[in-house]
Design a protein around this ligand. Structure first.
Ligand SMILES: Cc1cc2nc3c(=O)[nH]c(=O)nc-3n(C[C@H](O)[C@H](O)[C@H](O)COP(=O)(O)OP(=O)(O)OC[C@H]3O[C@@H](n4cnc5c(N)ncnc54)[C@H](O)[C@@H]3O)c2cc1C
Length: 419
């Protein structure tokens, strides 16, 4: 079958790779180079432990403090507030204990073998050296902050995630560069990371082409139907004939889905990174500052500090002060880092996470045609979930039973007005 995959990020490249393995004739469409979207600059974490949704019970009272703190993890461009308000209401509604438990179970299915499955695609691309399994550390400055996340720790226990709680001296032994201000931490031995997400996805895309796939620099603009039968993707290069399609355009997928009759509350949580070349301190493994809500990952290019959430929509210019705040927070985590770096040693980046208010991606078939699959909305976990999502897409379009439960990811879950 001829399949067009719209979007050449982590999700699109993975879907295209699995579809090609199934023997389909596959083309990836993207107006930009491969993995130049959100997939370019993420924190690189492949964490099966990411089973805690973003909206948790008790979040609401914390939000004003996050917004007012100059180093806080959340910001809203006030001009964007009217557009984002319905999404934020759904986000808060998603944070009930019962819904959070369901979301967590669904995420567990999607992420449980993230490292192994990503490694399988990486091996096929000869890029296995870009994946490490050195674990992941989450650190807190106070017992009180740690206790505040109790429900998250319980969700992980329920999901059977292995972790060890470490106290000040044990933390220092595991990671000597860490500031003494961090008193408690949690080590996840089974988590992995990539040292270069962009290079990893590009290696997969090269393997896809080597194995017979096609990549076309074109923008998808719509879908072509012959009567009720899907027959191609409209694009900046004209109609590209196909028997099936995958919408994997990340944060830009909403308009494409709405053309097919699916109105989905997709928005973007913009995030930032800074990379310090030749840093004075480099951790051995990715470390998440649980209160600052950012991750410090050792990468090929240096130390990457990535995170924060900014609601400002798809088109607003980056606010580079958000990236510079990550540098300040990085200094709090690793006191050996310099408070300032010249432009030769520092790169800044902003990316648009494709985010659903219930922290779950959309993976399923479109309303209009069972030959068009959706695979977008992965928010904070799109790299870790990419290999499994791509496999699920190939199973859906191949008419096979999905390898993990996908009801929770249905595009139809927002129909009843209670989501
Ligand atoms: C700061 C930050 C840190 C993060 N850290 C992690 C992490 O550690 N681990 C993790 O798992 N996730 C992380 N994420 C999230 C992860 O990066 C995203 O969920 C993931 O990259 C989404 O992949 P995607 O392929 O859906 O989207 P993208 O990578 O954005 O790809 C979408 C592609 O679609 C293309 N496109 C758009 N419109 C069209 C069109 N009309 N036609 C054709 N192509 C189109 C775009 O050009 C783009 O290439 C992080 C994100 C950020 C911002």
């Amino acid at each position: 079958m001829k399949v067009v995959v719209i979007g050449g990020g982590a999700i699109g490249v993975s879907a295209a790779s699995w579809l090609l393995r199934d023997g389909h004739e596959v083309t990836i469409l993207d107006p930009d180079p491969i993995a130049e979207g959100a997939s370019f600059g993420n924190a690189g974490c492949l964490n099966p432990s990411s089973v805690v949704p973003m909206s948790m019970p008790g979040n609401l009272p914390k939000i004003p403090g996050w917004l007012l703190d100059p180093l806080g993890p959340l910001s809203i461009r006030w001009r964007y507030l009217p557009q984002i308000t319905p999404w934020l209401i759904r986000f808060l509604q998603a944070g009930t204990p019962a819904r959070v438990r369901d979301q967590s179970a669904a995420l567990r299915g999607l992420l449980h073998d993230s490292v192994e499955l990503t490694m399988e695609l990486a091996r096929n691309a000869g890029a296995q050296d870009l994946i490490r399994r050195q674990g992941h550390l989450v650190v807190y400055r106070s017992q009180q902050a740690f206790d505040g996340d109790a429900m998250g720790w319980q969700l992980r226990r329920d999901a059977g995630i292995a972790f060890t709680v470490l106290h000040q001296e044990e933390l220092r032994q595991l990671e000597p560069s860490l500031s003494r201000d961090y008193r408690i931490g949690v080590f996840f031995p089974d988590n992995g990371h990539t040292t270069n997400p962009n290079r990893l996805i590009n290696a997969m895309a090269e393997a896809f082409q080597r194995d017979g796939g096609t990549i076309l620099r074109a923008k998808a603009t719509g879908f072509a139907f012959d009567g009720e039968t899907f027959c191609g993707v409209q694009s900046s290069h004209g109609v590209i004939g196909a028997e099936a399609a995958v919408v994997a355009a990340g944060a830009y997928s909403k308009a494409l889905a709405s053309q097919l009759g699916d109105t989905l509350p997709l928005d973007t949580e913009r995030g930032y990174h800074v990379v310090i070349q030749a840093p004075e301190a480099t951790p051995r493994l990715p470390i998440m500052d649980a209160e600052g809500k950012f991750v410090a990952t050792p990468m090929e290019a240096g130390l990457r500090l990535a995170g924060t959430v900014e609601f400002a929509g798809l088109t607003a210019n980056p606010d580079w002060r958000r990236a510079d705040k990550l540098l300040t927070l990085g200094g709090r985590l690793f006191p050996a880092l310099s408070p300032q770096y010249g432009d030769q040693r520092l790169t800044r980046w902003m990316g648009r996470r494709p985010s659903m208010p219930d922290s779950l991606p959309v993976i399923g078939l479109s309303d209009r045609s069972n030959r068009i699959a959706y695979a977008f909305g992965h928010g904070h976990i799109g790299l870790a979930a990419s290999a499994r999502t791509g496999l699920l897409v190939s199973e859906l379009l191949g008419g096979r039973t999905p390898s993990v439960p996908i009801t929770a990811f249905s595009p139809r879950r927002f129909r009843h007005g209670d989501r």
